[in-house]
Design a binder for this molecule. Structure first.
Ligand code: ATP
Length: 342
């Protein structure tokens, strides 16, 4: 839907050759650190900005130069931007009234939205008289009542406290399940992007770094940035010696194809196995000393030397600082990251 987009503000090149394919009806998440260009990309899809080059397609049609109000796209902004002088019902009906839809149809559509988003009892209240989560539902209803093909959500949960956020995330997913609309959500919150499922794209400095399902991106990060940005994997500097990778942990084998002579390997802390959890394997067995052990209830987090390597394991284990443990690093989970190390 987005093909080789470039966008600059002055001499600041904000988006570089960005391409993105989102399937109809999908929940797609754009994830990246602050300032990487996520909102700009959303604004281009909405038609609120024009690209310097590249094309935008919606439903197979090139809409690159089609004005925002002629695209079947609605946006829910970070601030919700509700009209303070209109009540909930009037806020939701606003777009349909502006388009001079007949009053009977407006009533029917608005009532349905109030019901879907559980707002019927609040329809006469003003934005100042409802909670943050309720405001967010009104903003969603106001966008969805226009029956857009694509709903754009710019950090829709950022104004909510952590507890409410979890609840609203689940509600948003449920809403998406009920309707046949493509959702594209921007977030800088890794947990939120993983939770929403569907596909996600990781952006950095105006470029797409990796796209895939949360499982693909988390378990097979393409490079150091993705491996670290999605909850810090262990990154090991390695020198290739035939099929063995020489690392600070000793020689390790990976199932991946390795293209460099010196580069980086990544292993998730929870995929390292404490040796007595398994029958003793031959390869990829490492002896390490516990520096720190943090009991987290559902898991135990170990910081180990050499490395330092982080391991997350079952709370059945209770190793103490100073103790030596054996680790097994499954070759299938040891990811060879792109790029030759300097
Ligand atoms: P955040 O998560 O903080 O909202 P973001 O990834 O959404 O960040 P954008 O808002 O797209 O990032 O901004 C990307 C870059 O473009 C930033 O450096 C920003 O300052 C710049 N930028 C965005 N809009 C404009 C504009 N209208 N004029 C000049 N620079 C802009």
């Amino acid at each position: 839907m987005v093909a080789q987009i470039n966008k600059s503000f002055g001499n600041h090149h904000v988006l570089r050759d960005v391409s993105l394919a989102v399937s109809k009806g999908e929940f797609f998440t754009l994830l990246g650190p602050s300032g990487c260009g996520k909102t700009t990309l959303l604004r281009l899809i909405a038609g609120l900005e024009l690209p310097d080059s590249g094309s935008i397609f919606l439903g197979g049609q090139d809409v690159t130069t089609v004005p925002a109000n002629k695209r079947q796209v609605n946006t829910v902004f970070q601030s919700y931007a509700l009209f303070p002088h209109l009540n909930v019902l009037e806020n939701i009906a606003f777009g349909l009234k502006a388009r001079k839809v007949d009053p009977v149809t407006i009533k029917h559509k608005v009532d349905r939205m109030l019901e879907t988003l559980r707002l019927s009892d609040l329809s006469k209240r003003f934005p100042s008289q409802i909670s943050g989560g309720q405001k967010q539902r009104v903003a969603l209803a106001r966008a969805l009542v226009n029956e857009p093909n694509v709903l754009l959500l710019d950090e829709p949960m950022s104004a909510l406290d952590p507890h409410l956020r979890t609840q609203v995330q689940a509600e948003l997913l449920e809403l998406h399940r009920q309707i046949d609309t493509t959702f594209i959500m921007v977030t800088h919150d890794q947990g939120e992007a993983m939770f929403m499922g569907g596909h996600l794209a990781v952006m950095r400095d105006g470029q797409m770094v990796q796209m895939g399902t949360p499982r693909e991106v988390y378990s097979r990060p393409k490079n150091k940035f993705v491996a670290e940005f999605l909850w810090g994997a262990n990154i090991l500097l390695a020198t290739r010696d035939g099929d063995r990778m020489m690392t600070t942990l000793g020689p390790l084998k990976t199932d991946d194809q390795v293209s460099w002579s010196q580069g980086h390997l990544a292993i998730r802390p929870e995929l390292i196995v404490l040796e007595d959890e398994l029958a003793r394997p031959k390869d990829n067995l490492v002896r390490a000393k516990v520096i720190q052990a943090i009991y987290r209830g559902a898991s135990v987090e170990l910081l180990l030397d050499p490395g330092p390597v982080k391991v997350v394991t079952s709370p059945r284990f209770n190793p103490q600082p100073g103790e030596t443990v054996s680790l097994f690093i499954p070759s299938a989970d040891l990811v060879a990251l792109e790029g030759q190390a300097a």
